[in-house]
Design a protein around this ligand. Sequence first.
Ligand code: HEC
Length: 150
Amino acid sequence: MRAARFLASLLLAMAVPAMALADAAMVAGDAVAQSLTGSAGDPLRGRAIIIDRQKGFCLLCHSGPFNEEPLQGNLAPSLEGAGSRWNEGQLRLRLMDNKRVNAESIMPAYHRIEGLNRVGPVWRNRPILNAAEIEDVLAFLMGLKTENAP
Ligand code: HEC
């Protein structure tokens, strides 16, 4: 009985479709080169999303140039200099679904709706950040250039 149940759950797990991004985005290599909205995002809105604990909540894990925020994370690299380390397409894919570049990553897939487990009803079929929000966050990150970034 136990074995049958185990087998059933195994088959279910295998039936989960391969990761799909919320939009039919073109992934090439480790990047999504094209804007998800067809235009550039707003960096100020992006900054607000990063700080917002109901939205991106990026500071749970990351730190960065957010002096007004006393609590910042240390589970992930500082966002400072992210725009120097990666190009726009690379950052877009990392925001959408970082597990595509690092399967072990703890960073949530902000723009993926399939292949997830135990998604709360209000979140079903909705990515954490929509296309416009991804572009806004990206616009802010692209501005984080550091002279001495590796
Ligand atoms: C639960 C923790 C967590 C959250 C929340 C999170 N990240 Fe990450 N992020 C990571 C970790 C860990 C890495 C390191 C690389 C990896 O795991 O692949 C990373 C990597 C990154 C990178 C590449 C780092 C570099 O080398 O410059 C960027 C950019 C990034 N995250 C942006 C964001 C943004 C923007 C948000 C919010 C919308 C966010 N992350 C939310 C954990 C997190």
